[in-house]
Design a protein around this ligand. Structure first.
Ligand code: E4P
Length: 214
């Protein structure tokens, strides 16, 4: 299973990368807005730090604008993936960009049929937003399960990025389901590594060690 990190913050990316936990990065306009600096410079810096795919999202909502922005973003680095919103215009853009060899991540996917359409258009990745569905008392991870079943039925190469991850349980469920990728916020990533019994065990070992030294 691949871990992507869902942030545009370079310090978080570097810290997670030094743990070996960054197979890729996803950003979105809200995450970019939290950082200082110009959009393309932030993305270029991330692409230098991380060898894996780095998703950068278009702002245009019409086909022409999306395609123009995507071509421009793709020039930043070889590992750019252009994030395209799941709309009819977005599907058209994905079809064109796929034919040009530009990788795409279809974002804001909330139904299995949206994912099927994105895969048919040639998307490299689809991003079902599990946390935002959970917020509505709908089963976010069930969406992932259905998409995985549909992709397996028809042998689509499109990979599923479990997105809008809010908790360790989302990551555990994604791993148990065999999801290709989870894109994980930095705070959740840190929680995955910790357990109170580990901390308690370290404290006990240190206390015994220090007693022996005296
Ligand atoms: C995915 O690529 C998005 O950037 C992200 O997971 C959205 O998560 P949110 O619902 O916490 O904003």
């Amino acid at each position: 299973m691949k871990f992507f990190i869902d942030t545009a913050n370079i310090d978080q990316i570097m810290d997670a990368n030094s743990m070996g936990m960054v197979d890729g990065v996803t950003t979105n306009p809200s995450l970019i807005a939290k950082e200082d600096g110009e959009f393309k410079e932030i993305i270029a810096r991330i692409c230098k730090e991380v060898a894996g795919p780095v998703s950068a999202e278009v702002i245009s909502l019409e086909y022409d604008g999306m395609v123009a922005e995507a071509r421009d973003l793709a020039k930043i680095a070889d590992n750019i993936v252009v994030k395209i919103p799941m709309t009819v215009e977005g599907l058209k853009a994905v079809k064109t960009l796929t034919a040009e060899g530009i990788k795409t991540n279809v974002t804001l996917v909330f139904s299995p049929l949206q994912a099927l359409m994105a895969a048919k258009a040639g998307a490299t990745y689809v991003s079902p937003f599990v946390g935002r569905l959970d917020d509505l008392a709908e089963e976010g991870m069930e969406l992932v399960n259905e998409i995985a079943q549909i992709f397996a039925n028809y042998d689509f190469a499109t990979e599923i990025i479990v997105a809008s991850v809010r908790s360790s349980l989302h990551v555990l469920d994604a791993a148990l389901m065999g999801a290709d990728i989870a894109t994980i916020p930095y705070g959740v990533l840190k929680k995955l590594a910790s357990h109170h019994m580990t901390d308690k065990g370290i404290d006990a070992f240190m206390a015994d060690w220090n007693k022996k030294k005296q």
